[in-house]
Design a protein around this ligand. Structure first.
Ligand code: ADP
Ligand code: ZN
Length: 616
């Protein structure tokens, strides 16, 4: 329930210092990254633009000033579906929070409005479209506003994929309430987006806080696609059994097929896409958030604002359209700072599909060029023999050194001179192109090179081509790898009906001996990574069997408490709190209070129950 009842709260909190709130209310020891400076700046009335990666801890940047400054912190958030969870999480730590949005009944909204006017709210979440009405603006005028937080501020960017027209109206905040500090927050980093946020929201005077974009706890892996579904099942069952994760696929139908196949393999999987009814989507989202070990197989319709902290992996079975998209999606893994995996399979078919989608997309040349540039950067990331993280961070304008926590660092792929192979393939493309009336796709060209006598080869009399049989030294799969890289580097382009055409780059390779270095794909054998992990975890489990039992007991207790309260389990306590409790085995409330995530309110509410379990 979102309503704040009077007896639950003894009144406004009396804290004088950010650090005190951090430990007493939230139960955390230290500020992360820029949090402390941002909070200080806003408490002193300054405006700010905060760019922090997903999971970086943006919320505290406005929540703590809202508690310290007089009045209510007003948070503009585009995610109505999540306001309820955010308010529930705040209520759990004893903060007086509420929201105004279209999901409420008239009565519920009136109670919230009264609470705001009476100065009884620390934080108030509002949907952007509501804020643009004069009714809401007048109402806000009759109370006291401590700070405005504009969450997901990149929604103001008309070029971004999350554009919300209502965000364009938010410059009203600075015009109507010039004395209230405003904080715009986003995880989308590039310079142009940041500039757009600044101008469109009228934040010219704002100080910018741009954090490091690195997410060191995420391992990045991109593998060649052989059979996506088999590889996916193998990845999940061997490395993340019973973990919560997200699988991204391109089409609605794929999400359903994949979810069905994962379920058959014994994985608790659900499909999620924009074609489902909103009730279905809400049900599945609720299951994903509140249960443990659910795998959501989704289109990109799923995810913005999903702040479930213990998502242990994000898998892509289709390549995203840009590095920004990839980083935003993979960023939903491991927000709690514990190890997590970003895993992707990618193959020749992906490149062909995307290239064709761009060719056939509506929009002018400029738009198509933009799409191509984004895709090329993404493809370069897939084909790189460099550290993946170095390349991602460089894309966001941040230099770094090899990370030791990505596949190319683990197992650096070798390169080979593929110039001759490329020339064989390209010259076949040119020869077929000369036949004018008919175009051919990659499979047929590979058949020709390998000297196959398929029906199609015979039908077109292609055994007479001078390139027939000159590429038998490579298997069909090896040829696909070569073609994929020629497509990725732009030596080939995809024309109508997925036929291949040579480009200027291709012509340079063919006629001017331009050198082509190709990546030797590293194929991970099934269970290879998992085995080493298992060996480790088995010894750990033996030594700590007792701890494991205690952890399970705490987890069961947490599940019951959460379901009674109607909130997700992690809102009661995150995994890390349970792990630390098991490690420390506190016997007193004072000891328990030192554990991560245990603030004053939770200590009072749950402290004794936790101690009873530990001591039993
Ligand atoms: P963002 O909105 O930037 O994605 P959140 O504000 O949701 O991130 O924070 C991500 C997670 O990190 C949350 O579970 C939050 O409680 C936790 N967190 C934030 N700041 C700290 C901190 N200083 N110490 C420990 N945990 C923190
Ligand atoms: Zn690396």
């Amino acid at each position: 329930m979102t309503l704040v009842s009077g007896d639950q709260y003894s009144g406004a909190m009396t804290h004088s210092h950010p650090k005190q709130i951090l430990s007493e209310v939230f139960g955390y020891d230290e500020f992360r990254g820029d949090q402390a400076v941002v909070i200080d700046h806003v408490c002193n009335g300054g405006d700010g633009v905060v760019v922090m990666p997903t999971g970086g801890g943006k919320s505290l940047c406005y929540q703590i000033p809202a508690l310290l400054r007089e009045g209510t912190g007003v948070v503009i958030s585009p995610l109505i579906a999540l306001m309820q969870d955010q308010v529930a999480a705040l209520t759990q730590v004893g903060i007086r929070a509420g929201f105004w949005n279209s999901s409420q009944t008239m009565g519920e909204r009136q109670i919230m409005e009264q609470a705001y006017l009476a100065g009884e709210l620390d934080l108030l979440y509002i949907a952007p479209e509501r804020l643009t009405t004069s009714y809401t603006q007048d109402l806000l005028d009759h109370g006291k506003i401590a700070v405005f937080a504009i969450d997901e501020a990149h929604c103001v960017s008309q070029w971004g994929h999350d554009f919300r027209p209502d965000y364009l109206m938010l410059n009203v905040l600075g015009e109507r309430w010039p004395d209230v500090p405003r904080l715009a927050l986003t995880a989308t980093a590039t310079e142009p987006t940041r500039a757009e946020i600044t101008t469109r929201l009228g934040l010219d005077q704002a100080r910018h806080f741009v954090s490091s974009f690195d997410r060191p706890n995420i391992t990045y892996r991109i593998e060649p696609k052989v059979s996506a579904i088999k590889q996916l099942i193998n990845f999940i069952t061997s490395e993340h059994p019973s973990d919560c994760g997200i699988v991204y696929a391109l089409s609605r139908k794929d999400t359903e097929d994949i979810a069905a196949q994962l379920s058959t393999a014994g994985i608790d999987a659900l499909a999620y896409h924009a074609g489902m009814t909103s009730q279905q989507r809400l049900d599945f989202q609720t299951r994903f958030l509140s249960e443990e070990g659910v795998v959501m197989v989704a289109t990109i319709a799923f995810g913005m604002g999903i702040d479930k902290p213990n998502v242990r992996f994000v898998a892509h079975v289709d390549i995203p359209k840009s590095i920004e998209g990839y980083y935003q999606e993979t960023g939903r893994a491991g927000r709690d700072g514990e190890p997590a995996t970003a895993w992707m399979v990618y193959g020749m078919g992906d490149v062909i599909t995307h290239r064709r989608m761009i060719t056939e997309s509506a929009g002018d040349e400029l738009h198509k060029n933009n799409l191509s540039r984004n895709l090329n950067a993404m493809l370069a990331l897939c084909e790189t023999v460099e550290c993946r993280r170095v390349m991602i961070l460089r894309y966001f304008g941040q230099e770094s050194t090899p990370c030791g926590n990505c596949d190319t660092c683990f197992d650096s792929p070798s390169q080979w001179d593929g110039t001759t192979a490329a020339q064989k393939f390209l010259s076949t493309v040119v020869r077929l192109d000369a036949e004018r009336h008919q175009k051919f796709g990659s499979t047929h060209i590979i058949d020709i090179l390998r000297g196959s006598q398929t029906a199609k080869v015979q039908q077109w009399n292609h055994t007479t081509l001078s390139t027939w049989g000159i590429g038998a030294e490579f298997s069909a799969r090896q040829w696909q790898t070569i073609v994929r890289q020629l497509l990725a580097t732009g030596a080939l382009e995809v024309a109508a009906h997925t036929t291949l055409k040579i480009t200027d780059v291709g012509r340079e390779i063919l006629w001017k001996d331009r050198q082509v270095m190709l990546r030797e794909d590293v194929h991970h054998k099934a269970g290879q990574v998992a085995k080493s992990r298992k060996a480790k975890s088995e010894t750990v489990v033996q030594v700590m069997a007792e701890d494991q039992k205690l952890f399970e007991k705490l987890r069961t207790w947490r599940r019951e408490v959460a379901s009674t309260a109607g909130v997700p389990a992690y809102v009661v306590f995150p995994d890390r709190t349970l792990h630390e409790t098991v490690a420390i085995k506190p016997t007193t409330l004072e000891q328990l209070a030192t554990v991560h995530g245990v603030g004053a309110k939770k200590l009072t509410t749950y402290g004794q129950a936790v101690l009873d379990i530990v001591n039993s």
